[in-house]
Design a protein around this ligand. Structure first.
Ligand code: R7I
Ligand code: MG
Ligand code: MG
Ligand code: MG
Length: 355
């Protein structure tokens, strides 16, 4: 039904924003058991309609997502030169949004070369290896939504949009995994419970295909440096962790085995785990709301909190829709109204003005 889908578009982009804005104050932190209570109170306050405070500001995650949404709504065909200009202009307008250092270098190169070949600067980074940061994954949500019914195009556009800044196969496939997870969440009935293990197995099935394509293109079946089945292996870890008993050491294992870092490899599977884990109760998180539990759990892992909460929030929001997100919480975030407009524009660009 049309209104359900529209609600999912809004939920996904709003979920991404809330994860970014509320996770950002904790970015880079190590979270102790005691800090979990601080985080519980932090979200209690943010959900309190009488609580007044300055906006929680968004970071590069949302700044770049804005450009991706505009790229989809403003032009009928994917125009990557247009997208790279949007990224660069947005950065120079507000450079202090917490961008990665490598990506800043790429923006300078793009501008200095007058966008002659928009894929070249990124491909030259890290001595030709390209960045494996999570920057491609953190901004991919609008692409997953827009192409939710065209899987092939979704993968193609997500891949190219990522390659403007991240060309390492781990950076690209991390963005594809995040897109696939969102697309799968869009397809899920928000009123039916998701089976976490089945969701995970479905992701695994799709990553097997995606990681095989890379293999054929690069003709590297003999020389496996551990990146060939990287995300398939991570998804196996996710599945195992989901079956584990929730004891005191579980979060340490999550951080150790899935990661909480700024590489796509150490954050995208973690975000997916956060979403799937938070479908059920978590002992030290007091809320009945699955969306809140997802981002609060993501932040409680520490590390790249804005980005992991942003990605987990996008998946949860795509599953549940905007009406499952606490309005007071949303209103604490800078740009929340604009993000909802952005979601509506994306929906209209996709489904037509009659919807
Ligand atoms: O991936 P990117 O856009 O960064 C996103 C992260 C998110 O957490 C945001 O919230 C923001 O805080 O930054 O930016 P990049 O600069 O491409 O990658 C981020 C960092 O990862 C780089 O600055 C490097 O420190 C590291 N990195 C690498 N290090 C060594 N070798 C990325 N790729 C490599 C690599 O190949
Ligand atoms: Mg950020
Ligand atoms: Mg940062
Ligand atoms: Mg971050």
């Amino acid at each position: 039904e049309a209104s359900v889908l529209k609600n999912k578009f809004r939920g996904c982009l709003l979920g991404s924003l809330i994860g970014d804005c509320t996770g950002a104050p904790f970015e880079g932190d190590t979270i102790s058991h005691g800090d979990r209570l601080v985080i519980q109170r932090y979200y209690d306050k943010l959900e309190d309609p009488t609580f007044t405070a300055p906006y929680k500001t968004y970071t590069d995650d949302t700044a770049m997502m804005k450009s991706v949404a505009k790229f989809l709504t403003d032009k009928p065909e994917p125009d990557y030169k247009f997208l790279s200009r949007l990224f660069v202009n947005e950065f120079f307008k507000e450079p202090r949004r917490g961008y990665g250092q490598n990506v800043i270098d790429v923006f300078h190169k793009l501008r200095n070369t007058k966008y002659e070949n928009v894929f070249k600067p990124a491909s030259e980074q890290f001595m030709g290896a390209g960045s494996y940061g999570n920057g491609g994954a953190m901004r991919v949500a609008p692409i997953a939504l827009y192409f939710h019914d065209n899987y092939k195009m979704m993968l193609e556009v997500a891949s190219n949009a990522t390659k403007l800044t991240h060309t390492n196969v781990l950076g690209v496939n991390g963005a594809l995994l995040q897109a696939v997870a969102i697309q799968l969440a869009v397809k899920c009935d928000p009123y039916a419970k998701i089976d976490p293990e089945r969701f995970c197995i479905e992701l695994f099935r799709r990553m097997r295909k995606i990681e095989r394509v890379e293999e054929d293109v690069d003709d590297m079946e003999e020389e496996d440096d551990g990146t060939r089945e990287a995300y398939q292996n991570k998804l196996r870890v996710v599945e195992n962790l989901l079956q584990r008993k929730h004891d005191n050491d579980l979060e340490e294992e999550v951080i150790m085995n899935l990661g909480n870092g700024i590489s796509a490899y150490e954050s995208v599977p973690t975000a997916i785990y956060c979403f799937l884990r938070a479908l059920n109760e978590i002992s030290y998180i007091q809320t009945d709301n699955v969306f809140r539990r997802t981002i609060q759990y993501a932040v409680s892992l520490g590390g790249d909190t804005d980005t992991i909460a942003c990605m987990a929030g996008a998946i949860a929001g795509a599953y549940l829709g905007e009406n499952c997100i606490n309005t007071s919480l949303a209103k604490q975030c800078e740009y929340y109204k604009e993000v909802l407009e952005m979601a509506d524009n994306l929906y209209v660009a996709k489904e037509g003005p009659g919807n």
